[in-house]
Design a protein around this ligand. Structure first.
Ligand SMILES: [Zn+2]
Length: 47
């Protein structure tokens, strides 16, 4: 696992459904800071 993987499970990585805004945060925000749309956590382990 020497390569950089943006989907690091230790970090909360979220993406907005509406505008595609992505950011990291200590916890999932209530909504997108850009458009106030729904965000989802994409920091999930990939097989
Ligand atoms: Zn958004």
């Amino acid at each position: 696992m020497a390569y950089h993987d943006p989907y690091t499970p230790e970090r909360c990585y979220f993406e907005c459904y509406q505008c595609g805004y992505r950011s990291t945060a200590s916890k999932l925000p209530g909504g997108c800071p850009e458009c106030d749309g729904n965000v989802h956590n994409i920091a999930v382990a990939r097989e």
